[in-house]
Design a protein around this ligand. Sequence first.
Ligand SMILES: *[C@@H]1O[C@H](CO)[C@@H](O)[C@H](O)[C@H]1NC(C)=O
Ligand SMILES: *[C@@H]1O[C@H](CO)[C@@H](O)[C@H](O)[C@H]1NC(C)=O
Ligand SMILES: *[C@@H]1O[C@H](CO)[C@@H](O)[C@H](O)[C@H]1NC(C)=O
Ligand SMILES: *[C@@H]1O[C@H](CO)[C@@H](O)[C@H](O)[C@H]1NC(C)=O
Ligand SMILES: *[C@@H]1O[C@H](CO)[C@@H](O)[C@H](O)[C@H]1NC(C)=O
Ligand SMILES: *[C@@H]1O[C@H](CO)[C@@H](O)[C@H](O)[C@H]1NC(C)=O
Ligand SMILES: *[C@@H]1O[C@H](CO)[C@@H](O)[C@H](O)[C@H]1NC(C)=O
Length: 465
Amino acid sequence: MHSPLQFMITFSYFLIFFALLSSNLTQQTTLISPVSKDKHRNLFTLSVYLKTPLRPTKLLLDLSFLFPWTVCADAASYNSSSDHYIECDETFCDYLGFGKPSLLCEDCYYSNLTTSHSQCPSPSTMICASWPANPITNVVDAGYVLVDTLALPTLNQSTHHGQLISLSNYTFSCAPSYFVKGLPTGVTGLAALGRSKLSVQSQFGSALTTSHSLAICFPGSTESTGVAFFGTHGPYFVFSKSNKIDLSKNLTYTPLIHNPIGITDDFPISPPHNEYYIGLTSIRVNGQHVPINASLLTINEEYGIGGTKITTRIPYTLLEPSIYKAFTELFIKEASSSRFNLTVTNPVKPFKVCYSAKGLMVTKKGPKVPIIDFVLDRENVVWRIMGANSMVRVKNKKVDLWCLGFMDGGVKEKTSIVMGGKQLEENLVQFDVESNRLGFFSLLTSHHSLSCADFKVTDFAKHIK
Ligand SMILES: *[C@@H]1O[C@H](CO)[C@@H](O)[C@H](O)[C@H]1NC(C)=O
Ligand SMILES: *[C@@H]1O[C@H](CO)[C@@H](O)[C@H](O)[C@H]1NC(C)=O
Ligand SMILES: *[C@@H]1O[C@H](CO)[C@@H](O)[C@H](O)[C@H]1NC(C)=O
Ligand SMILES: *[C@@H]1O[C@H](CO)[C@@H](O)[C@H](O)[C@H]1NC(C)=O
Ligand SMILES: *[C@@H]1O[C@H](CO)[C@@H](O)[C@H](O)[C@H]1NC(C)=O
Ligand SMILES: *[C@@H]1O[C@H](CO)[C@@H](O)[C@H](O)[C@H]1NC(C)=O
Ligand SMILES: *[C@@H]1O[C@H](CO)[C@@H](O)[C@H](O)[C@H]1NC(C)=O
């Protein structure tokens, strides 16, 4: 006979066993992609495998555009045995989510699909069309919707890449060949990583029924490789000396904010709320508040202007003119205080605030300058910007300077604060649309002296020049 206590113990063992089993069954598939930084403009690229047979492909990492695209208008630039277009059905083309003018189906013959296996069955066949845009050169052109295979390696905990997982119905826009102009060398398309259902993370998430969450560790140097994690809220392991550290535990969260009005200049598509807005409430320099007209920090419901967003399209954070003025004045004042004792010197374009490198002490966290805090929601939610994220080295035959890497956004910029590439470097950022929040952790603030390279992901597309 079992006593009730024994029964309960047995029963709870059973429950624990069952819990372990089911957690194993629902185990997520974590996919990874190497992230690199371009030499000249702080643009980031993502490496994936595309086509059949699978080929390493470099794509521009973009947090704003509505859908992915790849140049593929001729067989020389796109050669795959698995690509196919989608015959036009206006309701279905619209459902795919390529933005409003996609209802305009294109004449297959006119668009002349010259990729090896996508010849038009007849001149009159109509196919789903779209309007890809190159966010760097701002060109927009007609393209057609293409479906092909995209693959990424799974995360192998021994730091090696695991097996490849394929997405056979990766749906993107085919762009004209001249779209590569302005992109980093070797890049042949754009990886849309915004909030839309055609984003790479949503397409993988839907097909594999895993999380649509995306986390990116942005590399701080062109020599090192960062990482993008697909399909997981963590763990995110870095390998530091003999330790394996899960950085998902160190993320600070802030709500993602909905902008009801799309304000991207990606004409003719006007996608609403596809970008990542966060609720910045104040900026501190060396602990002192920058005086800011608070109405600039909220999003105007009627026009969608104002507020703070994150982008990878620009190298340096843009500040609305009055914020820029107050911010730089306070920075210059705090830097001149006895703690830093720094005096500005003649600036070098495009910068306005520069210091001689001679007088500056530099550590792994960058030059010793006043710390900048972006305060979000409440006083204790802080995105800390150390010297390595705020200052840019300008070194040539004539000068050796460190310049403040923030720019005046000008009166035309509709968003008050646009966080750019320099300020994202060596940060792990989690974009979680499902939970409507953004997680962030600056590796430079860690005592463990970590960098995004410590995820130890190797770039399989590195040879593409
Ligand atoms: C396309 O790839 C196939 C094999 O993968 C090759 O035989 C063919 O020559 C390629 N075509 C072009 C135009 O590069
Ligand atoms: C489209 O390409 C096919 C095959 O390369 C060619 O025969 C045809 O003339 C082209 N059509 C147009 C309208 O350019
Ligand atoms: C991880 O990679 C190593 C070396 O390539 C391999 O031996 C191991 O089986 C892989 N583990 C998993 C879980 O894929
Ligand atoms: C791709 O297929 C999966 C199911 O295999 C589906 O959930 C997903 O919606 C499809 N994606 C697109 C863009 O059609
Ligand atoms: C703050 O900005 C708003 C919108 O730009 C403007 O209407 C208002 O006059 C400004 N207030 C002050 C005190 O400058
Ligand atoms: C500050 O710097 C100036 C010149 O750069 C130097 O003459 C002065 O002694 C410094 N003051 C302190 C308190 O370090
Ligand atoms: C993460 O946070 C914990 C607790 O605050 C801290 O002990 C640890 O050092 C942090 N890890 C890193 C890598 O900074």
